[in-house]
Design a protein around this ligand. Structure first.
Ligand code: AHG
Ligand code: MN
Ligand code: MN
Ligand code: MN
Length: 342
């Protein structure tokens, strides 16, 4: 009966993507192979980050040179960024399906050696929210995938593409449960890791963000430096003039967690530019684009203060941009405030 069917007919992320794949027969399963390696990377990062929280002050990390490194928790924080980066670079290169990798943790892009080269470029933030590791708050991995145009001699132009050219994007959140959220351009689906199976199971099919929300998410500590429209919008959230009740402020400080809550509950997440940092803090390729792609696929919007976020054409791989993303109607209000300023 139903329960058994549920148990025996598991929709794993691998199966799900293979089903999707049948819609793109030309890709010969390469995308599924790439995705399975991204999933593998997440499964490897998870124990490191969660272990860290379980173990007391010290943790022994055996790195590939088999030398034992004893790290204090604080130092581990930096280390875990780098460790996670190593895990993902290795997983992606070993997939044999990538040709350029851009990571927040690597100053230069990685050009995969020809013998291992494939047709995908992956941009990723191996560990997002790393300042939150020590206090046990959710952290995550964010990624975006472009299809390479000229696989003969790939150049950086392959990844300096607008977000609208991404063919897939997603994140994995390492929190009370391990949740993988993915779009391949036809909606957004969420999967939860079943530790007993070591598989991600479809738990949030076809996620749609509420059209309007009751939550705003921003670091109010930067209020002194905000520009007019941002200040006006936040003021409206706190002191609505149309008789509606004030919105709630929720700010976790890990983009993955703040965006996941926004996707499920609705509302807006803002990392505006300000006088001190006109381009804001979040990176275009591996934070702004993937989250903007997900938001649009879930029926929401993503705006930079000047344009649709996915239309931005990055000039540098670690470029930053202000970002306002979330419920469709809420972002319309922000766009109107910026338009009035022009
Ligand atoms: P990362 O840990 O990958 O460097 O990203 C941190 C980012 C993002 O996760 C979060 O939204 C933002 O930093 C928070 O910045 P503030 O502490 O300035 O609010
Ligand atoms: Mn980040
Ligand atoms: Mn990071
Ligand atoms: Mn960082």
């Amino acid at each position: 009966h139903a329960a058994d069917a549920h148990r025996t007919d598991l929709m794993t992320i691998t199966r799900f993507v293979l089903n999707e794949q049948s819609k793109h027969p030309e890709s010969r399963g390469d995308f599924s192979i790439l995705l399975s390696h991204i999933v593998l990377g997440c499964k490897q990062v998870l124990p490191n980050s969660l272990d860290l929280l379980e173990k007391p002050m010290f943790r022994q990390v055996v790195d590939e040179s088999k030398s034992l490194i004893i790290l204090s928790l604080g130092e581990e924080q930096k280390k875990l960024d780098v460790l996670s980066n190593d895990v993902f670079v290795k997983a992606l290169v070993s997939s044999g399906r990538t040709c350029i990798l851009v990571s927040e943790e690597d100053e230069e892009a990685t050009f995969v050696e020809p013998s291992k080269r494939g047709r995908y470029c992956v941009v990723f933030d191996p560990l997002d929210g790393s300042s939150n590791i020590d206090c046990g708050v959710s952290i995550g991995t964010i990624f975006g995938i472009y299809m390479v145009k000229d696989s003969q001699e790939p150049t950086l132009d392959e990844v300096l593409q607008p977000g609208k050219n991404m063919l897939a994007a997603g994140y994995c959140m390492y929190g009370s449960s391990c949740t993988f959220v993915l779009t391949t351009g036809s909606g957004v689906n969420g999967f939860t890791l079943d530790p007993s199976l070591g598989e991600f199971i479809l738990t949030h099919p076809d996620i749609k963000i509420p059209k309007k929300g009751k939550i705003y998410s921003v670091n109010e500590g930067n209020a002194r430096n905000w520009d007019g429209p941002t200040a006006k919008y936040v003021e409206k959230c706190k002191f609505p003039t149309d008789g509606s009740s004030p919105k709630s402020l929720r700010y976790i400080g890990s983009m993955v967690a703040d965006v996941h809550r926004t996707l499920l509950y609705g509302g807006v997440f803002l990392y505006p530019g300000d006088k001190k940092s006109p381009s804001g803090k979040l990176r275009v390729l591996y934070e702004v684009f993937p989250m903007s792609f997900l938001m649009e696929q879930a029926g929401g919007q993503a705006f930079t203060g000047k344009q649709r976020a996915l239309d931005l054409v990055p000039q540098k791989i670690h470029e930053r941009s202000p970002i306002f993303l979330g419920s469709y109607d809420d972002i319309e209000e922000i766009k109107a405030l910026y338009a009035a300023e022009e």
